[in-house]
Ligand binder design. Structure first.
Ligand code: NAG
Ligand code: NAG
Ligand code: NAG
Ligand code: NAG
Ligand code: NAG
Ligand code: NAG
Length: 417
């Protein structure tokens, strides 16, 4: 009898538990709306399980309302915005469509939408009629086969409508500098991604920087910026809130020299991979930057002139320095490495450096946690003061020609397996 009671009680508990779980699953309205979408998109929605678990669907776990939707392969030639306005809590919509969408219907707003991500051949056709995105914060339009005239038109229309936009990504479209004026209306932007857009050194970009003075992240990688004084050309000094600047894979020899760029007082991360930085001017250009820089990446550079560790010593808060895969690095780069006392990470792998590691003041690198010198041609023994880098956790020395025995201090390092 007692046993039976227990079982009854247990099943009741189980029932309550199941109910609690099911109340967190997909809401009825959203489930119906999702099912309706299966007629327009080729989506592998299954009919039985909780629709919050369906591929491409994410829900708010307490309300069960759909918050994120990722859809591919429309069977229609148009987008029906009414299909999405049903999802009252939809914050993130990602459409990746490989057929030719020619336009859109339905003009209901999507007032809760914050992120819109589009990957399709003709995004212009569905952006031209979009309206009522009053809360949109991020718009991702990278790799959409836009050209300057098609995107110019779209952005001019959108900039008046999207007054809260903070992130815009138009990377990977074939553009010219003529696109820049159409960006000036997005005055609330904090992040702008313009990589691989064929922008060139003849910039006419001053207007852009003065209008977009709230920018914190600016990505100008993989364009055609050449050897000029890139910092002044971009008028970067106007961007006093800039924290991240990416200028990788251009043809930059010298990036900032004017004192005006001192006003980049919040710049924390500068990426200059794959350029042709001139070692003779490096210290001057870096000095013009402020001491706020923590991460500097110059991997894959074909350096002109000689670069030495001392070139970086004015960056008193530099924590990460990456110079992997560079050409024309010399052994003497490391001679004054002990001056970079703030470093936590130094990576100079794959850089074809030969000779013995100099007896530099390695012991002064008290903050260094990670050192990668692998895939070079270093030979001979390790310097004795190597063992005094007391914070070192990861030491990567493989694929060199070192000889001799490791100092017992180094042997006790906890390096990765
Ligand atoms: C889920 O919805 C509730 C009620 O609307 C809201 O307070 C909460 O912030 C939402 N959670 C997330 C992660 O968005
Ligand atoms: C758009 O979608 C709504 C709701 O899903 C539907 O009622 C309407 O008929 C659709 N319009 C067109 C033109 O397909
Ligand atoms: C730009 O793209 C539009 C729409 O895809 C196209 O009609 C136009 O011919 C293109 N213009 C150029 C110069 O390629
Ligand atoms: C920069 O950021 C601060 C807050 O961190 C903000 O008050 C200011 O409006 C931003 N813009 C400019 C141009 O300083
Ligand atoms: C070491 O590198 C320097 C320049 O980087 C080069 O001139 C020299 O020939 C190299 N020596 C050996 C033994 O490879
Ligand atoms: C390096 O460490 C050794 C042993 O811990 C110590 O005797 C020596 O004084 C240290 N040298 C420097 C330069 O800090």
């Amino acid at each position: 009898m007692k046993r039976k009671m227990k079982i009854v009680r247990l099943s009741f508990l189980l029932f309550l538990l199941l109910q609690a779980i099911s109340s967190q699953s997909c809401s009825k309205q959203d489930r119906l709306a999702l099912s309706a979408l299966t007629s327009r998109f080729q989506i592998p929605f299954s009919s039985d399980s909780d629709c919050c678990e369906w591929e491409g669907v994410k829900c708010n776990s307490s309300t069960g309302r759909v918050t994120e939707l990722s859809l591919r392969n429309s069977v229609e030639q148009y987008i029906n915005y009414s299909d999405f306005s049903v999802f009252k809590d939809l914050k993130h919509l990602h459409l990746s469509l490989d057929n030719n969408i020619v336009g859109c219907v339905g003009n209901e707003g999507l007032p809760s939408l914050e992120v819109l991500e589009l990957k399709l051949d003709n995004a212009a056709s569905i952006l031209s009629c979009v309206d009522g995105l009053s809360n949109l914060k991020s718009l991702y339009l990278s790799y959409n086969s836009f050209n300057t005239s098609s995107l110019h038109h779209v952005l001019e229309t959108l900039s008046s409508k999207l007054s809260n936009l903070e992130v815009l990504d138009i990377s990977g479209n074939t553009l010219t500098n003529d696109i820049l004026p159409s960006l000036e209306g997005f005055t609330s932007l904090k992040e702008l991604h313009l990589s691989q857009t064929e922008l060139d050194s003849d910039l006419h970009i001053e207007g852009l920087c003065s209008k977009l003075s709230n920018l914190e992240v600016l990505d100008l990688s993989q364009n055609n910026f050449k050897d000029c004084d890139i910092g002044s050309a971009l008028r970067l000094s106007i961007l006093t809130n800039l924290t991240n600047l990416a200028l990788s894979y251009n043809n930059i020899h010298n990036f900032v020299v004017r004192e005006g760029s001192k006003s980049l007082s919040r710049l924390e991360e500068l990426t200059l991979d794959g350029n042709m930085i001139d070692g003779n001017k490096l210290r001057d250009s870096l000095r013009a930057l402020s001491s706020s820089i923590r991460v500097l990446s110059m991997s894959g550079n074909t350096f002109k002139g000689t670069i030495v560790a001392g070139d970086f010593k004015d960056l008193s808060n530099l924590q990460n320095l990456r110079l992997d895969g560079s050409r024309n690095m010399e052994n003497k780069f490391l001679k004054r490495i002990g001056e970079l006392t703030s470093l936590k990470l130094l990576s100079v792998a794959y850089s074809d450096i030969n000779g013995t590691l100099p007896q530099a003041d390695w012991f002064k690198l008290k903050n260094l946690e990670e050192l990668d010198l692998s895939y070079n041609k270093f030979d001979g023994p390790l310097p004795s003061s190597f063992g005094n880098m007391t914070s070192l956790r990861i030491l990567e020395l493989s694929q060199n020609l070192f000889t001799g025995q490791f100092d017992s201090n180094i042997a006790s390092l906890t390096s990765p397996s």
